[in-house]
Structure formats: C-alpha cells, structure tokens
Design a protein around this ligand. Structure first.
Ligand code: IMP
Ligand code: MG
Length: 175
C-alpha cells in the first residue's frame, strides 16, 4: 500500500490490536481498583488508542489530552518543540499517560519532566508500541502492547508525514 512516496505492508491487524488493548484495559482495571485515574492521551498519535482503551475501562476515570510535537518525517528529530494543553489540576491524581509509540523515549522523558513537581500521586505509562532497540531506557513503562523492531509503522493513529492515521490496521515500511 502506498502512502505518499513509500510502500507499506500489513503488519498487525485490527483484531490483534483490539485483543492487546483488551489485555491492557484488564490490567489497568485490576491495578487501579478503588482509584479514580486520570488518563492523559498524547496527541496526535494516541487519539485512537485512547478512544478504544478508555471504552474498556470500568473504573470511574477522566481523560484529558496533551500535545507534544517531536517528530519530523521518519526520524525522531530529538528536538521536542512544545507541550500544549497542560491546564488540568493533577494534584493528588493517579495519572496514566497514553502514548501510541515509544521510540527513543525522549518525548516521554520531556513530558514526565514537565508533569513532575505538580503533585500527582502516581504517574504510569501505557504505550501501544515500543521499539526496544532505539529506546534509551531510564523509564519504566508499566503497560506495553507490542514490542516491535526499529522500523517505521503507520496506521491506527500513527502517521507518516501526517497521513495514514485513519487506517484500521498497522502497516510497516516495505524496505
Ligand atoms: P520518541 O521521542 O523517539 O520516543 O518518539 C516518539 C514519537 O515519535 C511518537 O509519539 C510518535 O509520534 C513518533 N514515532 C516514533 N516511531 C514512529 C513510527 O514508527 N511511526 C510513526 N510515528 C512514530
Ligand atoms: Mg506521538
């Protein structure tokens, strides 16, 4: 399948994604029993993951979104631009950050720095995808959907240069 100038092939189907999200939601429902977590979805990439995940959450909970922009074309630019939308009071809250994919982990590190010192009771991370080969570590990722090789993927919220977020399945760059 062609997106802009690149060919992609099917990598993970929507049913497999749904099963994994079921598992993560089950773990969160169990781990946060008796609590009232605040989910924080990271835009744009995590909007579909967040929408599907929270509909499987049976706890009283809230969701809010933040935007961190750090990616240009196919490589992590390592330049985090800015954080938009941090207007919610997070004091005393149990935060669960929802990310689409963690590559180097720099985006998340920046985010956690920005959130720290605002009095949250706990902060955990749920990411649908993780690229362990490029992840620089130092962060504890509590909930992970799929560990994938260090290759570019699109679909299910993830984009290539803005395109492909609408695809139900996940596709990988055809090399
Ligand atoms: P990091 O700061 O290197 O961890 O980059 C994380 C961000 O880069 C993610 O939130 C995505 O927006 C983007 N990203 C990383 N890998 C991919 C990919 O394979 N496809 C699409 N976006 C990606
Ligand atoms: Mg993202």
């Amino acid at each position: 399948m062609k997106i802009l100038d690149h060919e992609f092939k099917l990598y993970i189907g929507s049913r497999e994604i749904e099963k994994e999200i079921d598992r993560i939601a089950g773990d969160i429902n169990r781990d946060y029993r008796g609590k009232d977590p605040l989910f924080i979805g990271i835009l744009n990439g995590a909007f579909i993951f967040a929408a599907d995940l929270i509909r499987k959450i049976t706890l009283p909970s809230e969701i809010s979104f933040l935007k961190v922009s750090s990616y240009e074309m196919m490589q992590s630019s390592e330049k985090i631009k800015e954080l938009i939308g941090l207007d919610q009071d997070i004091e005393g809250r149990d935060l669960i950050i929802l990310e689409d994919i963690i590559d180097t982990g720099l985006t998340l590190k920046y985010l956690l720095d920005a959130l720290s010192g605002r009095g949250a009771s706990s902060i955990e991370i749920a990411s649908l995808f993780l690229k362990p080969e490029s992840f620089r570590g130092g962060l504890d990722i509590r909930y992970i959907g799929f560990e994938i090789p260090n290759q570019f993927i699109v679909g299910y919220g993830l984009d290539y240069n803005g395109y492909g977020r609408n695809l139900k399945n996940v596709y990988i760059l055809n090399k």
